[in-house]
Design a protein around this ligand. Structure first.
Ligand SMILES: NC(=O)C1=CN([C@@H]2O[C@H](COP(=O)(O)OP(=O)(O)OC[C@H]3O[C@@H](n4cnc5c(N)ncnc54)[C@H](OP(=O)(O)O)[C@@H]3O)[C@@H](O)[C@H]2O)C=CC1
Ligand SMILES: O=C(O)C1=N[C@H](C(=O)O)C[C@H](O)C1
Length: 260
């Protein structure tokens, strides 16, 4: 017996991902668009105000900016929860993370810097390789490349991959990360996890984790070929989140990958 499609409101509807989510929802049996909204004052055919989006939705898919995502979570919390919030925005600071955790006491949130199956699989592989390859012999570098309009760096995905590597090594990422190199940097610090970033053109999303030894190197990579990939993952998360208790979940849980 088929159940009713999950009613989804699309935040940031005029953005690249908002459009990809709306396009993905067309023709789906398990989920449907009930509202599209963007920044207050944004004008476009079919856009509604946040209040009316909240009124009819069972889930909101949000690819906007961190401050907007946090405000949305707090608005849903103030209304007593009941709407699942799927957050794809990246570039949060510690204060915004803490506000999100507070809102999640009454809101079901799925949050991921990357909703693709491949990247979430990659995280497990990176954790495994980082566990097996000792820091004394293997240097870890995370590389990412994105389109020229992206406003945050390193990407949310690169940070997730760095976190997976740190977990594999049993270290705290913030204590070993090396995010910027320029000029006379000195030799590489043993155990550092380095990040490098390219921005240009229309690159959708490239990520690699390089394990560099003296005589060999191992590179594990993921390429996103179209944005619909992320949109489909976010819709799957919105369907999965129905009936889940308040809290912050990730895409590994949606995909059943925990422990890989
Ligand atoms: N997790 C994942 O799998 C993925 C995550 N992302 C992340 O998603 C985010 C958005 O990416 P992208 O779509 O490319 O960016 P865009 O800039 O194209 O879209 C963001 C949209 O959100 C709008 N917006 C800003 N503030 C608000 C608000 N308060 N309420 C509602 N809408 C608002 C923007 O309006 P305006 O233009 O006027 O500012 C814009 O239309 C980024 O953080 C990106 O890193 C992207 C792809 C995949
Ligand atoms: O801004 C983007 O476009 C993307 N952002 C996400 C990130 O920061 O990791 C995911 C994806 O790579 C595309």
């Amino acid at each position: 017996m088929s159940s009713s499609p999950v009613r989804i409101a699309v935040a940031g509807a005029l953005g690249r991902m908002g459009k990809a989510v709306a396009a993905t929802l067309e023709g789906r049996a398990d989920a449907t668009t009930v509202a599209r909204f963007d920044r207050p004052g944004a004008e476009d055919e079919g856009l509604v105000a946040l209040e009316s989006a909240l009124a009819g939705a069972q889930a909101i898919i949000d690819f906007t900016i961190p401050e907007a995502s946090v405000a949305l979570a707090e608005t849903i919390a103030a209304a007593g929860g009941g709407i699942a919030l799927i957050i794809g925005s990246t570039g949060f600071n510690a204060e915004q993370d803490a506000r999100l955790a507070k809102a999640a006491e009454s809101v079901t949130i799925v949050r991921s810097g990357n909703f693709s199956l491949g990247v979430n699989m990659l995280m497990g592989l990176v954790r495994q390789a980082a566990t097996a390859l000792p820091a004394s012999d293997w240097d870890i570098e995370v590389f990412e490349a994105h389109h020229k309009r992206k406003i945050d760096a390193p990407s949310g995905t690169a940070l997730m991959l760095g976190q997976a590597a740190a977990e594999g090594r049993g270290v705290v990422l913030s204590e070993v990360e090396d995010r910027a190199r320029d000029g006379v940097t000195g030799a590489r610090t043993e155990g550092a996890i380095g990040f490098s970033v390219v921005r240009g053109g229309g690159i959708i999303g490239e990520h690699s984790v390089i394990f560099a030894g003296e005589s060999e190197s191992l590179t594990i990579s993921h390429s996103a070929i179209d944005r619909g990939l992320f949109a489909r993952g976010a819709v799957a998360a919105a369907v999965w989140a129905q009936g889940k208790a308040p809290g912050i979940y990730d895409m590994q849980q949606v995909l059943g990958f925990r422990g890989i």
